[in-house]
Design a protein around this ligand. Structure first.
Ligand code: CU
Length: 503
């Protein structure tokens, strides 16, 4: 893997080995996660009959209700069992089973020993309720976490009290964003969003997300005006004197993200990516020579690594701080006119600097948990110039979204605004492209640090589907407004696909 950090030759062998290693890493963690989940597999149904949550994730508190009419309903917790039984007063219960906390095996709920309260985070409630087949195990639990030993009847009364709004919890006990649970949880953890929405997980919960992000750029633009390729040329009267005329660019990114709930309020996240960039271009050698199509510029390799701590301020707000480590190369090279040059800034794989990324996230969920809305603001601060003496412009990104749950699926509309400053400083190697020292250079707009940054507003539509601990999301979008600093390729559309698993 280390080979991808340094300056690499143009052969694709080293690159394909890195990409294979990276994909194996993704596959490995997904397989590990899947087998972990399979080990704790629970009986059907997978979704809680009341709140729709995945019962595999709540194997330790799940319940199974069998009615005398032959129907069976699975729920995630006593809280949802109380709601379920209340709705079906006319039906007779044949069997009421609950998970034994230590073994996750089903046991008779009425003969189990229950513990109400304690410091261990409860499911769907602020007052936790756990069941134990053996009184001895219940005693051990109380020693560690506190809480009171009680009977099924008492635990049930407490749950019913919550359901009718008599005690403790808000919105009929659904502690929405509070514990990041509930039917809205899929929306809060949505894998399809192009921007990561920072959230917390309950203590001990893991989340793995793989995302593929594609961005397409086509045609040049300066400010808010499109610039056709005839306006760019070399040694002839054109508004933009460049020899290289970029015509389109694609950026592909494979991203792997891992999250872990350290406490119920604090979650750690780490993110790595592998990217490949390709830019198509024309070459104009001067007035008497034909314009030719050049071989596209390509760069590929690991990008920067991000570490982030996310803190749950209250039910709706999460504050977080990310630190981006300069793992991506800033010394990638390309061949132009049979000569090797350091690639322009937009073809490099990292920022080369330690970047701080504070963010604040607001999340709201309707009482019926069918609608979710929210907004997030994130600032990227490049703390210093990198070792090649430049840094990307700082940026502000604000996004807002509205989601609607449709059974196991959700669909959403998202807006994202980004304002990025110009590059500061310059890389003397890249500068050789634009101001040839030797008389041989290949002036291209993206070698000029002034042709960077601007404002963009994107609109995106997406959908996701959840099954058990997995969810899959797809989002597509395009800019509705873009104002670019200087001459740049403009963004035309993007597509994100995300696969996620919680355990
Ligand atoms: Cu997560």
């Amino acid at each position: 893997m280390t080979s991808s950090f340094g300056k690499r030759p143009f052969g694709h062998h080293g690159m394909s080995r890195t990409i294979v290693a990276f994909l194996l890493m993704i596959l490995g963690s997904l397989v590990a996660a899947a087998s972990f989940a399979a080990a704790g597999a629970v009986e059907g149904p997978q979704a809680c009959g009341q709140c729709g949550m995945d019962r595999t994730v709540f194997a330790q508190s799940r319940m199974l209700i069998s009615y005398t009419d032959g129907t069976t309903v699975g729920v995630c917790s006593l809280h949802c069992a109380a709601a379920e039984l209340k709705q079906n007063r006319g039906k007779h219960v044949k069997a009421l089973m609950v998970a034994d906390y230590p073994t996750k095996e089903l046991t008779d709920a009425k003969s189990a020993v229950w513990v109400v309260g304690g410091s261990k985070q409860g499911v769907m409630t602020s007052v936790a309720k756990w069941a134990f087949a053996k009184e001895e195990d219940a005693g051990k639990f109380v020693q560690e976490y506190g809480g009171k030993l009680t009977s099924f009847e008492h635990a049930m009364k407490t749950a019913e009290g919550e359901a009718s709004g008599a005690s403790g919890t808000k919105h009929g006990g659904h502690s929405h964003t509070g514990h990041g649970m509930g039917p809205g949880s899929q929306m809060l953890f949505n894998p399809g969003f192009g921007d990561d929405i920072y959230h917390t997980h309950p203590a001990g919960m893991w989340m793995v997300t793989y995302k593929f992000m594609h961005m397409n750029m086509d045609g040049l633009r300066d400010g808010t005006t499109n610039v056709d390729q005839d306006s760019v040329g070399f040694k002839r009267p054109t508004p933009y004197t460049y020899m290289m005329i970029p015509t389109s660019m694609t950026m592909d990114m494979h991203m792997l993200m891992l999250m872990y709930g350290v406490t119920d309020r604090f979650t750690l996240m780490t993110m790595a990516n592998y990217q490949s960039n390709k830019m198509e271009m024309l070459m104009d050698m001067g007035p008497k020579k034909p314009i030719t199509r050049e071989d596209p510029m390509r760069t590929e390799g690991l990008g920067d690594i991000e570490l982030r701590g996310i803190y749950k301020i209250n039910e709706h707000l999460a504050g977080s701080l990310g630190l981006s480590l300069p793992a991506g190369s800033i010394s990638e090279t390309v061949i132009m006119m049979k000569k090797e040059y350091r690639a322009p800034y937009d073809m490099q794989l990292g920022s080369g600097s330690y970047d701080l990324k504070p963010a604040i996230t607001y999340n709201g969920l309707s009482d019926d948990a069918l609608w979710n809305w929210g907004a997030q603001a994130m600032y990227t601060w490049h703390t210093a110039k990198n070792r090649n003496d430049w840094s990307f412009g700082d940026s502000l990104k604000v996004s807002g979204w509205l989601q609607r749950a449709l059974g196991p699926a959700t669909t959403w509309l998202r807006l994202a605004y980004n304002n990025t400053e110009r590059i500061t400083g310059q890389d003397a190697e890249i500068e050789k492209l634009i101001h040839p020292v030797t008389g041989m250079g290949a002036p291209t707009p993206d070698a000029d640090p002034r042709n960077y940054g601007g404002q963009r507003l994107d609109g995106a539509l997406g959908a996701s589907y959840q099954r058990g601990p997995f969810s899959l999301g797809v989002e597509g979008g395009l800019p509705v407004y873009q104002k670019l600093n200087g001459l740049q390729l403009k963004t035309t559309w993007f597509l994100n696909v995300g696969l996620q698993m919680m355990f």
